[in-house]
Design a protein around this ligand. Structure first.
Ligand code: NAP
Length: 249
């Protein structure tokens, strides 16, 4: 690594468990210093310890992403402390499922706030330090639900489809600044989010997955680390599905 790429700073949201923890570990294994963001400080510290035990470096920054002002303050503080911010992975996400006719305004708004609004706010705050550094990688975690829709997830699918439009727009606005923006869209991945699904739903889902199994968080992390890499500078505005072939065109 030369001076400009030495210890790039990566901020990963939803890094306390699941896909975000795996992404943080993959980026740390690639030599990045990773800022771990989520609400649960204890779990963030466990991820930090795992990264350090593997020889990487990380720090913990608890934040509730439904608080827009807190996100802006956090991103600015990280960029100020390190003098740079190179990689932003917006991975945190929640579900509040229900059929459209029964969904409350609160259920809808809560998911939009964490899964879409926070992504916009974090990207807006991160763009300036990336522009100053003349290099940036934004990776937003979408979902196959945002590509194809999913019964019972009108809030979630709308947020994740929004993430795709937001990312393509950022890719166009920031291309001249050497900043790329892409989406990783997981299918069914084994995490806390899918653990709660009834077995009948899981069995039914497997029928639609050509690879006939759920994915692992590490398999999504590999795609995110690829898009965060030094050599993937000519890929922007893309959505990379990591879904066992579920949504292939
Ligand atoms: P998960 O295991 O439920 O983890 C969610 C992460 O988001 C946790 O680290 C959680 O941390 C964080 N988070 C939630 N609300 C937050 C808030 N208000 N402020 C800060 N952090 C918050 O989920 P996952 O399966 O790893 O999913 C990660 C991403 O992949 C999400 O965007 C999800 O929509 C997407 N995805 C997952 C699947 C799947 O099958 N698992 C499929 C498609 C897309 P705290 O609780 O500590 O705050």
């Amino acid at each position: 690594m030369n001076d400009s790429t030495d210890k790039r700073i990566a901020l990963v949201t939803g890094a306390s468990r699941g896909i975000g923890a795996a992404i943080a570990q993959a980026l740390a294994a690639d030599g990045r210093h990773v800022v771990l963001v989520a609400r649960n400080e204890e779990k963030l510290n466990a991820v930090k310890n795992a990264i350090e035990q593997a020889g990487g470096s990380a720090e913990v920054r608890p934040c509730d992403l439904s608080d827009g002002a807190a996100i802006t303050a956090l991103v600015e503080e990280v960029a100020d402390t390190h003098g740079r911010l190179d990689i932003l992975v917006n991975n945190a996400g929640i579900t509040r499922d229900g059929l459209a006719l029964r969904m409350t305004d609160e259920q809808f708004d809560e998911v939009i706030a964490v899964n879409l609004r926070s992504v916009f706010i974090a990207c807006r705050a991160a763009a300036r330090p990336m522009m100053r550094g003349k290099w940036g990688r934004i990776i937003n975690v979408g979902s196959v639900a945002g590509l194809a829709g999913n019964a019972g997830q009108i809030n979630y699918a709308a947020a994740k489809a929004g993430v795709v439009g937001l990312t393509k727009t950022l890719a166009k606005e920031l291309a001249g600044k050497n900043i790329t923006a892409n989406v990783v869209a997981p299918g069914f991945i084994e995490t806390d989010m899918t653990d709660v699904l009834p077995d009948a739903i899981k069995d039914g889902a497997r029928q639609f997955i050509p690879l006939k199994r759920f994915g692992q968080a590490e398999e999504v992390a590999a795609a995110a680390a690829f898009l965060a890499g030094e050599s993937t500078c000519y890929i922007t505005g893309q959505t990379l599905a990591v879904d066992g072939g579920m949504t292939m065109q």
